[in-house]
Ligand binder design. Structure first.
Ligand code: GH3
Ligand code: MG
Ligand code: MG
Ligand code: MG
Length: 301
């Protein structure tokens, strides 16, 4: 059996100390192990650490395993975590209930060590595949920053947040200036390298947790600044312009500067029930057009 890399974590939940120790010894070669001795602790640790797998006992004093899985499946942060029941409850009804509540596997005690290890290993492999799919689905292959799909998710949820908290949200569309000329002059490979550098320069300006930048496609990027006042948003975007200029990538075929530059269209709004993020993106795009028309290498809002 191939050992999986140690960047996995497993939460073991059992009220019995000996069970916790035995299970820990069985799986600690494959993953970092977290322990919980009751349901409340299990939920706290699942929320805090978001482990790759939970091994869950059913019969526990305060809160049984069924109540724990129900609670975890209701929480957005934990609902995707696979759960294996390992329990002394060998009834068919309990097994069916556990699986219907969303457990990926059900192992009866007394268990066979090798079978537990094999089943845990399989779940960690699924976990690795899920992570890879998530990465492919949400990150841009060329630049490594979030992609359009990720942006769609983030902007929708930040829009809702700002609607609830009555805060402003800024959406800015960023486009590399005279990039067709750049490719024509320096070649497509150099163009790709430049897009990667621009992406990193923009990312380096996303200093707050909620600041977000994605590649929309081609040589276009988008920034979402939630919960920022317009002045702060403008500062961040000016820093983006400067960060790209400071890359100092020669661009002899640019008609505005001798190095690679960007133009930004910026739109700030207080979300209400009649507005939506796609309209805001469209407004930012219109502003971008004005930034281009006014000579590029600038922000228009
Ligand atoms: P403007 O200043 O008006 O934005 O001019 P522009 O030349 O940047 O605009 P245009 O939309 O005409 O050209 C965009 C260019 O971006 C064309 C395309 O070849 C290039 N491009 C899009 N995606 C990629 C990519 O992944 N890699 C490379 N190297 N170039 C790309
Ligand atoms: Mg128990
Ligand atoms: Mg463009
Ligand atoms: Mg362009």
């Amino acid at each position: 059996m191939n050992k999986i890399k140690q960047d996995f974590s497993i939460l073991i939940v059992d009220d019995d100390k000996t069970n916790r120790r035995i299970l820990k010894e069985l799986v600690e070669d494959e993953a970092k192990v977290l322990l919980a001795k009751n349901g409340t602790q299990a939920i706290e640790k699942a929320v805090e650490f978001v482990p790759d797998l939970i091994i869950l006992d059913i019969v526990m004093p305060d809160m049984d395993g069924f109540a724990v899985i129900e609670s975890l499946k209701k929480k957005r942060e934990t609902q995707h975590i696979p759960i294996i029941f390992i329990t002394g409850n060998t009834s068919i009804e309990a097994e069916e209930r556990g699986l219907r509540l969303g457990a990926v596997d059900y192992i009866s005690k007394p268990f066979h060590a090798g079978i537990v290890q094999a089943r845990v290993h399989t779940q960690l492999q699924f976990s690795a595949h899920r992570k890879m799919l998530d990465e492919l689905a949400h990150y841009d292959a060329l630049t490594g920053i979030p992609n359009r799909r990720y942006f769609d998710n983030v902007v929708a949820s930040e829009w809702r947040n700002c609607l609830q908290t009555e805060q402003a949200i800024t959406i800015a569309v960023i486009d590399v200036d005279f990039f067709k000329n750049f490719n024509d002059t320096y070649g497509h490979l150099a163009g790709d390298k430049t897009l990667r550098a621009v992406a990193q320069a923009l990312k380096s300006q996303m200093v707050r947790d909620r600041d977000f930048v994605a590649r929309l496609g081609g040589e276009e990027f988008v920034v979402v600044l939630a919960d920022s006042d317009p002045r702060r948003a403008e500062d961040v975007l000016h820093n983006c312009i400067n960060a790209v200029r400071e890359l100092d990538i020669a661009h002899a075929a640019s008609e505005c500067e001798s190095c690679v530059t960007i133009s930004i269209g910026c739109y700030t709004d207080f979300p209400d029930k009649n507005s939506n993020p796609l309209e805001a993106l469209d407004m930012a795009d219109k502003c971008l057009y004005f930034a281009k028309d006014s000579g590029r290498n600038q922000i228009h809002s």
